[in-house]
Design a protein. Structure first.
Length: 439
């Protein structure tokens, strides 16, 4: 790594101390000696040569002064006209220092260009003077298009203004207006600095779109879970209120009310299990234990767990499965089938049927759950297995699930090294299919 420019160059070109002080000292001593000699001559009247003994030091001082002045003049001439070797040495040092400065400048620019945060530098009025590569990519503008623009022009409707930005707390989450008119959520920091003795502002921006989407998904999930839990809880509360009345009821009416309570309690449990299991999946804490299992037994347990829910809508359950053995975690595959069956029941009109089928295909076994509902649009098929996705028709169905069920199914099937997809069911409706390995 090259070192920053040092200050030795100044010391090299600095002139040596002059001999003026020595010349002045000689002059002062000579004048003092001459004055002493004159005083001796005036005061000592007995002899005419009383001050002759001072003549020798005066002469010696004058000779020294002459020698010093000659050397000083030669030194002055040599300092005013440096030798070619000294000139070349100074040129070399200047070139080295210039190269060091350029290297530091290039390294700083390279850092600003490739840092993962968008960097802008504005003057004191908010006019953009420097544009980092990431800032240009984030906004969609080229550097030439951003140069000399006001910072506030990048934000939706020009708000906040630059003066508002300077006085607010950071980080701030704002909407940036992209080149094509799209709205881009950014987290922004602004710092005041002095560059070349001028007040400037360094603006740091990073894309916050994913963070905003995560917040929106969390809010949607909370709203959906609230609805999922409130509906069955309301039904349970109403049923128990009827049972606590003192009026006598027929045994069959009491049995029906208890059935409603049981069914709604089961619905609440499924919702809570969905959320807990999916949170384990996202944290990487959910594992599967693969063993050879009888597929018919798994399907039987899954269909029995949702039978009361299907009967509440007078739906019939059909099972068309060959005797097959698959390599699977039976508990988790039962969860997958239960989720798919619950989803099919909720999206099926009354007095229809659901069909669970399975067949061998090479070294795989494919399992399907088909309903006779409205089906799924092509757009919804692409996003149906993502978290919180429910499809366009979910809004019209008060029993729509929390949206985690299908995402959970996909993750479980992936852990089994299988695949899951959706097709159109024969005769209308939707058919969910997933594959497992043969044992």
């Amino acid at each position: 790594m090259s070192q920053p420019p040092n200050r030795s160059l100044k010391k090299e070109v600095k002139s040596k101390p002059s001999a003026k002080r020595w010349l002045i000292a000689c002059d002062i001593l000579a004048m003092l000696l001459l004055l002493t000699m004159v005083l001796r001559l005036v005061l000592d009247k007995t002899t005419g040569n009383a001050g002759q003994w001072l003549a020798f030091p005066v002469i010696l001082l004058l000779v020294c002064r002459f020698i010093i002045s000659q050397k000083a003049s030669k030194a002055g001439e040599s300092s005013e006209t440096p030798s070619p070797l000294e000139v070349e040495h100074l040129r070399t040092r200047v070139a080295e220092q210039q190269q060091t400065i350029e290297e530091i400048s290039d390294r700083t620019r390279l850092l600003l260009e490739n840092i993962g945060v968008g960097i802008l530098i504005t003057d004191s009025l908010g006019t953009i003077r420097f544009i980092g590569l990431q800032a240009a990519r984030l906004t969609g503008y080229s550097r030439s298009e951003l140069a000399d623009r006001s910072l506030e022009s990048l934000f939706k409707n020009g708000t906040p203004t630059f003066s508002d930005l300077v006085t607010r707390n950071f980080p701030a989450r704002l909407i940036c207006q992209g080149k094509n008119g799209e709205e881009i959520w950014v987290d922004l920091w602004l710092a005041q600095v002095m560059l070349e003795k001028k007040l400037c502002y360094v603006v740091s921006m990073c894309d916050a779109s994913e963070a905003v989407k995560a917040v929106q998904r969390r809010q949607e999930l909370i709203a959906q879970i609230t609805h999922e839990l409130r509906s069955p809880l309301t039904a349970i509360y109403a049923s128990l209120s009827i049972l606590t009345r003192k009026d006598k009821m027929k045994p069959e009416d009491e049995a029906n009310i208890l059935t409603v309570c049981s069914r709604n309690a089961q619905s609440m449990k499924l919702t809570i299990d969905e959320i807990l299991d999916y949170s384990k999946l996202e944290a990487g804490k959910l594992v599967v234990e693969l063993n050879p299992v009888n597929l018919q037994e798994i399907v039987y347990q899954a269909t029995e767990s949702v039978r009361s829910l299907a009967e509440s809508k007078t739906l019939s359950l059909k099972v068309e499965i060959e005797p097959l053995v698959v390599l699977a975690d039976s508990r988790r595959i039962i969860q997958v089938l239960t989720n798919l069956l619950s989803n099919a029941i909720k999206h099926s009109p009354r007095n229809k049927s659901l069909t669970v089928a399975a067949w061998a295909k090479g070294d795989r076994v494919e399992v399907s759950v088909a309903d006779q509902g409205a089906g799924v649009s092509d757009d919804d098929k692409k996003k149906l297995f993502s978290s919180f996705a429910q499809g366009d028709d979910a809004k019209a169905i008060p029993e729509s699930s929390s949206g985690l069920g299908l995402a959970f199914c996909k993750e479980i099937v992936n852990l089994h090294k299988g695949e899951i997809w959706i097709d159109d069911a024969p005769g209308g409706g939707a058919m969910f299919v997933f594959s497992l390995r043969k044992a």
